[in-house]
Design a protein around this ligand. Structure first.
Ligand SMILES: [Zn+2]
Length: 302
């Protein structure tokens, strides 16, 4: 399981502004940690690096002057113009030290991973190697101050680029896409009875980092309207059983806002998914691990 934890950073550069209600995100995160504790699930929390902070301020006339800015054609002004240069109390949607602390306090060990410092779009030509490298260095330095070692990276918007730089900054894995060498002919059929072609496996990038592909976006609120919740909920369960049967990967991912869109329903459905995971784990046919732990295990040839 990986959770893209970004509060307002994911959408603040959009022209149409914030589309989600972020006010309930902290409550949702607490509920998720409770759920992970109940089912003993260690998840990877891909946290935007700015959320490691509890405050920041202008240095001279701009925030974070050491960070090399991306230079996007679609953006007027400075990338950090959206930074409130304030505190956790005053601008809780831009700082998240309390969230990082809550994740670390979870009785079932959770992994704090990285979702870039400021949600940069890495595959845009405006984000060159210097900007991306500077972004990663900022994250690892902030994590270091908190006694955290970042191993797992999730690209904002799943826009994958500069993978070789991840290895240089100490990362061992990233969340990519599943590569299916054979062309699927019956995609719809596969949703109900998955066959071998759609089984996902991690893959080693030439730089040495592992691609731990995502396989299922958990976003029940965006399901087709004609599809009842109970039927929709079969989809992840079918995939979990596929992973157990074909010794492959099931990698569920979402943002807290995918839960907060309809929290009671989404948490109920997620409870059902994790219940199935725990059932198969207790039968010895499924392992549950973080992205970082999986990469380490693969690296050791297990
Ligand atoms: Zn800042």
């Amino acid at each position: 399981v990986s959770v893209d934890t970004e509060l307002a950073w994911g959408e603040s550069h959009r022209r149409d502004g914030l589309r989600h209600d972020y006010g309930t995100e902290r409550a949702v995160i607490d509920a998720l940690l409770e759920l992970f504790t109940r089912y003993e699930i260690s998840a990877t929390w891909a946290v935007v690096g700015h959320l490691f902070l509890d405050r920041c301020a202008l240095v001279g006339d701009r925030p974070h002057p050491d960070v090399v800015r991306p230079n996007y054609g679609w953006l007027a002004g400075d990338w950090f113009d959206i930074d409130p240069c304030s505190t956790l109390e005053e601008a809780p949607m831009f700082y998240g030290r309390d969230i990082v602390d809550a994740i670390r306090r979870c009785p079932v060990e959770q992994e704090v991973g990285c979702h870039s410092f400021s949600h940069v779009v890495a595959d845009d030509p405006g984000c060159g190697a210097a900007a991306f490298s500077s972004d990663l260095a900022t994250c690892t330095a902030l994590a270091d101050e908190l006694g955290l070692e970042l191993r797992s990276f999730v690209f904002p918007r799943n826009a994958i680029a500069h993978v070789e730089l991840l290895a240089e900054h100490g990362f061992t894995c990233y969340r990519g896409r599943a590569e299916h060498p054979r062309r699927p002919r019956f995609r719809l059929f596969d949703r109900v009875w998955p066959s071998a072609w759609s089984a996902a496996l991690p893959a080693r990038h030439s730089s040495g980092v592992w691609n731990v592909p995502q396989t299922f976006l958990f976003a029940p609120a965006t399901r087709p309207r004609w599809l009842p919740h109970a039927l929709w909920a079969r989809r992840p369960r079918v995939r979990i059983r596929q992973a157990a049967r074909q010794r492959s990967l099931f990698h569920l991912w979402f943002h807290p806002y995918n839960i907060s869109a309809d929290p009671d329903q989404a948490l109920h459905l997620l409870d059902g998914v994790l219940h199935e995971v725990a059932r198969l784990r207790s039968r010895g046919v499924l392992d549950v691990m973080t992205m970082g732990a999986l990469a380490e295990s693969l690296e050791q040839g297990r």
